[in-house]
Design a protein around this ligand. Structure first.
Ligand code: FES
Ligand code: FES
Length: 221
């Protein structure tokens, strides 16, 4: 069991011992503006994807089995074959082409890869794709209204200049939504605490905190 992430039945059992033993607690975090929805590459709404990675040696094949997972991603059913060592971040970006989720460190340190798993923010580089079996994943692409307008959190980041280069922004927005959803009256201090797992090298954080506080008001209406 990972903190906040329970293993899907029959999946972790199939994990190589080294992978299962190497699982560490998922730091609490959760993560701005997504790349365009046009990056979505679902196939007729039911995304059945094939494992697409580089050449795999025989030893590697034997060491890392593949499993078929079924989950919901941004509200759509997805069935996919994944290697048991595939990170959720890699699955989202490389197999589903949901590249709004960024990877900055791959070591659960920066928060750029934050998505929602069953409504809570997690660092997707610290979750195996297999652990998303039967669960619901929401990425930055999944929070925008159908009319293409911005989510209130994205609008607030834009209005408050809560981003500069934007690399951290998708993760920051996903974390901020988690904070506001569960602490609708969060103080600035609580907002800072809730975003402590998300690093930004550009903004100095002040405008991000202002944005989250502004979005909290808009979302509370
Ligand atoms: S890429 Fe996941 S926390 Fe940095
Ligand atoms: S806006 Fe550049 S890292 Fe946050």
């Amino acid at each position: 069991m990972i903190d906040g992430v329970s293993e899907p039945d029959g999946v972790v059992a199939a994990l190589p011992a080294g992978v299962a033993a190497g699982l560490t607690a998922v730091p609490r975090c959760a993560s701005l503006l997504a790349e365009p929805n046009s990056s979505l590459d679902y196939h007729a709404g039911l995304a059945t994807t094939k494992h697409v990675q580089g050449p795999v040696t025989r030893n590697a094949r034997e060491k890392h089995m593949s499993v078929t997972i079924q989950l919901k991603v941004n509200g759509r059913p997805v069935t996919a074959e994944v290697r048991t060592d595939t990170l959720l971040s890699a699955f989202l970006r490389e197999q589903l082409r949901l590249t709004g989720t960024h990877v900055g460190c791959d070591t659960a340190s920066c928060g750029a890869c934050t998505v929602h798993l069953d409504g809570r923010a997690v660092k997707s580089c610290n979750v195996l794709a297999a652990q998303a079996q039967g669960r619901e994943v929401t990425t930055i692409e999944g929070i925008t209204p159908a009319d293409g307008s911005l989510h209130p959190m994205q609008a607030a980041f834009k209005a408050c200049h809560g981003l500069q280069c934007g690399f951290c922004t998708a993760g920051m927005v996903m974390s901020a939504i988690d904070v506001v959803t569960h602490q609708p009256h969060a103080t600035d201090e609580q907002i800072r605490s809730g975003l402590e797992g998300n690093l930004c090298r550009c903004t100095g954080y002040h405008n991000i905190v202002r944005a989250v506080a502004q979005a909290a008001k808009a979302m509370g209406r």
